[in-house]
Design a protein around this ligand. Structure first.
Ligand SMILES: *[C@@H]1O[C@H](CO)[C@@H](O)[C@H](O)[C@H]1NC(C)=O
Ligand SMILES: *[C@@H]1O[C@H](CO)[C@@H](O)[C@H](O)[C@H]1NC(C)=O
Length: 301
């Protein structure tokens, strides 16, 4: 049959069909992003001595020594997004050393909002703990702790924070490890971050709390301690956006779309598995700490 006999509508169908087959429910991970240099989206925030650009600025090493730690911050503030970082935390003896990737509104303000990944170092041979936390209006006290299924100091892994008007989800590689649904409209006293936040990374001295409740401190003779970060693309609704950050019709804000409003069945199963096998502290089960008044979100975890 001659090519000229092919109907235009059939051609159109063949072009559109593959796109239609990608169901939003399976859109678990973020679409691939370009990998811009650090300087495009971030600036150092403190500890300039401990800040080293590597590989044409596509990687940054932050070091902690007895004089200071180091950190970086996004140039813009965001109101929603799917934030991503590849991180390799310091290896060897790292007791007391905290490596962080987090979103925060003004970190010094008493009413700040914040969403944290914090890696708590350890002595040689003992696993590094991943702590997550959420602050709303300055109220934190929402720690969860995981013993990861891999060594985060051995190689780079992906850490992501999804934040839209339906939920906040923290991912380790493709696995959801923490979920906070937005039920502020329907549940009294429910708290969910609402303030614009910047994206930050840092390494700092947590000797007074991070390891064995502060009993095992940083051993400065083992330093400097180096944390490595890559992946400086930012998929977020910046404070320069003219479209509202909760827009569900803007194709640019794909993280507000169908596949990102709740966990898929597979994601939910993976999340349950993490909670059962790897979580070793959950504030929602710490009755001694909260007496009989567990935070509102604990009834909807
Ligand atoms: C966006 O936020 C950044 C970082 O806080 C600030 O420097 C900038 O002035 C803000 N831009 C607008 C348009 O509000
Ligand atoms: C959370 O949900 C409430 C009620 O639907 C909504 O008003 C609010 O904007 C949402 N929060 C965020 C950060 O989108």
């Amino acid at each position: 049959m001659a090519a000229s006999n092919v109907q235009p509508w059939l051609l159109l169908l063949l072009i559109l069909l593959p796109a239609a087959l990608v169901s939003p429910q399976t859109a678990a991970a973020a679409p691939p992003q370009p990998t811009p240099a650090f300087d495009e989206n971030y600036v150092p925030s403190y500890g300039q001595d401990g800040y080293h650009l590597v590989d044409m600025g596509t990687e940054i090493r932050l070091t902690l020594d007895r004089r200071n730690g180091a950190g970086f911050v996004s140039k813009l503030r965001f109101g929603s997004g799917f934030f991503h970082m590849r991180i390799k935390v310091p290896s060897g003896y790292t007791a007391g050393v905290v490596t962080a990737f987090y979103l925060a509104s003004d970190s010094s303000a008493p009413d700040r909002d914040e969403v944290d990944f914090e890696f708590l170092g350890n002595v040689d041979g003992k696993p590094i703990t991943l702590q997550t936390n959420v602050f709303v209006n300055g109220h934190g006290d929402r720690e969860q702790r995981l013993s990861l299924w891999f060594d985060p100091a051995a190689d780079f892994h992906d850490y992501r924070i999804l934040w839209n008007c339906f939920q906040i989800v923290l991912f380790v590689d493709e696995t959801p490890v923490r979920v906070l649904r937005n039920l502020t409209g329907s549940v009294p006293d429910y708290e969910f971050p609402e303030k614009q936040m910047v994206v930050q990374g840092s390494v700092w001295d947590g000797s007074d709390w991070a390891t064995d409740g502060g009993r095992t401190k940083v051993d400065w003779s083992r330093g400097p301690f180096a944390a490595e970060f890559r992946g400086f693309d930012v998929a977020g609704c910046a404070n320069t956006s003219s479209t509202p950050c909760d827009s569900q019709s803007s194709p640019g804000m794909w993280w507000n779309g169908g596949g990102y409003r709740s966990l898929s069945a597979e994601q939910h199963a993976a999340y349950e598995n993490v909670r059962n096998k790897y979580m070793n502290y959950d504030y929602c089960t710490d009755k001694g700490r909260f007496k009989n008044k567990l935070p509102a979100e604990c009834s909807y975890a």
